[in-house]
Design a protein around this ligand. Structure first.
Ligand SMILES: Cc1ncc(C[n+]2csc(CCOP(=O)(O)OP(=O)(O)O)c2C)c(N)n1
Length: 364
């Protein structure tokens, strides 16, 4: 069955379509409740971003020491995207990620111990050590995977959203992808069907200006990504991806609108990765000056600076935060080092073949 705009159980009619104007650019301050609760919430955001930053820095050390192997893509510099968007989602919502997925999984609540064990390829990892850095997966938190294929998560996310749409479950599926994915057919096919079928899909584009070594403006004719998405008839927003409060605000507005039945939303978050594309990338395609300019707006420094100015964060408070994060990561690394690999006898579990009956009746 193919849902149509007028099928039974349709969400309420859209309140408006097309690209939102500049007034819908996220304004961080507008979203924040006043008083002590807001301060507490901001401290939580800072803590979450610091966990991701330090987790990945630890990965660099462990990778250099050859304790973890394989492909590793870091999101250092992009933490505000993962943390801000995660705040706008409920436990019932789903997330589909990319190969740059550590931050998304940690922000979603997958324990650092489980993610670190996966980096080590241990059976205690969130993907039983079978996925590694690029394929974190945690169904208990509706985290449907990192994905090594650029744009590969988009149709999967549309499928999850379609299931919710057809069964009338009031959930949002959030799909992260990079600016490079916007050049892929999978993006355009997903955007088209999501808009046509009014799927409850939040498309979050992490625009860090580069797809490996290729700058956005060297590969894509129209670099206003929200404008392109709006061409499919969906609301599209842009926000400052270095400002976690702006990200959270934009994501909340989009998620609320999707829950109200207005169909898919596209959110472009303008961000930057401070490190190379992956551990193998010599990073020769951009200047040191450019990187330094973006580092002036480091998302962690930006929020910490605000909290200091508000009198919320002291030197002592910062040290406590660092200590708590270091203790969590020390424990995660120690547990991963001790953890077993999956027993050889279990290796065919979850493997689908005709000989175990799973392929019977399949054709084509
Ligand atoms: C379909 C496909 N094409 C090419 C690649 C090789 N590849 C891996 S990462 C990457 C760049 C993707 O950039 P972007 O989507 O902007 O994400 P970012 O790495 O910036 O987070 C490419 C081309 C791939 N993994 N999958």
């Amino acid at each position: 069955m193919t849902p149509t705009r007028k099928s039974a159980g349709s969400p309420p009619p859209r309140k408006g379509r097309g690209r939102t104007d500049q007034s819908h650019e996220a304004k961080a301050s507008a979203a924040q409740p006043g008083g002590g609760e807001a301060g507490k919430h901001r401290m939580l955001l800072l803590h979450e971003m610091l966990r991701i930053r330090r987790f990945e820095e630890r990965c660099v050390e462990l990778y250099s020491a050859a304790e973890i192997r394989g492909f590793v893509h870091l999101c250092i510099g992009e933490e505000a995207v993962a943390v801000g968007v995660a705040q706008a989602l409920t436990e019932d919502d789903a997330i589909v990620s990319t190969y740059r997925d550590h931050g998304h999984a940690l922000a979603r609540g997958t324990p650092a111990e489980s993610v670190m064990a996966e980096m080590y390829g241990r059976a205690t990892g969130c993907s039983r050590g079978r996925g590694g850095s690029m394929h974190l997966f945690d169904t208990s938190r509706r985290f449907y995977g990192g994905n090594a294929i650029v744009g590969g998560g988009l149709p999967l996310a549309a499928g999850l959203a379609l299931a919710d749409r057809m069964t009338g479950r009031p959930r949002v599926t959030c799909c992260f992808f990079g600016d490079g994915a916007v050049a892929e057919g999978e993006f355009h096919e997903t955007a088209n069907l999501a808009a046509l079928w009014e799927l409850p899909l939040l498309l979050v584009c992490e625009n860090n200006l580069y797809a490996m070594g290729t700058a956005l403006d060297r590969a894509q004719a129209e670099t206003d990504l929200a404008l392109r998405a709006s061409g499919y008839g969906m609301a599209a927003w842009s926000a400052d991806g270095m400002d976690v409060l702006a990200v959270e605000h934009a994501a909340r507005m989009a998620a609320e609108s999707i829950r109200a039945g207005s169909g898919p939303h596209f959110l472009e978050l303008r961000t930057y990765r401070f490190r190379a594309h992956s551990m193998y990338d010599p990073d020769r395609y951009r200047s040191k000056e450019e990187i330094a300019r973006w580092k002036e707006r480091d998302p962690i420094d930006l929020l910490a600076g605000r909290l200091r100015a508000d009198g919320r964060l002291t030197d002592e408070g910062w040290t406590d935060l660092e200590r708590a994060v270091a203790a969590e990561l020390d424990a995660a690394v120690a547990a991963a080092r001790e953890a077993p690999a999956e027993p050889v006898g279990d290796l065919l579990r979850f493997v689908t073949t005709p000989s175990n009956g799973a392929g019977e009746g399949a054709s084509g």
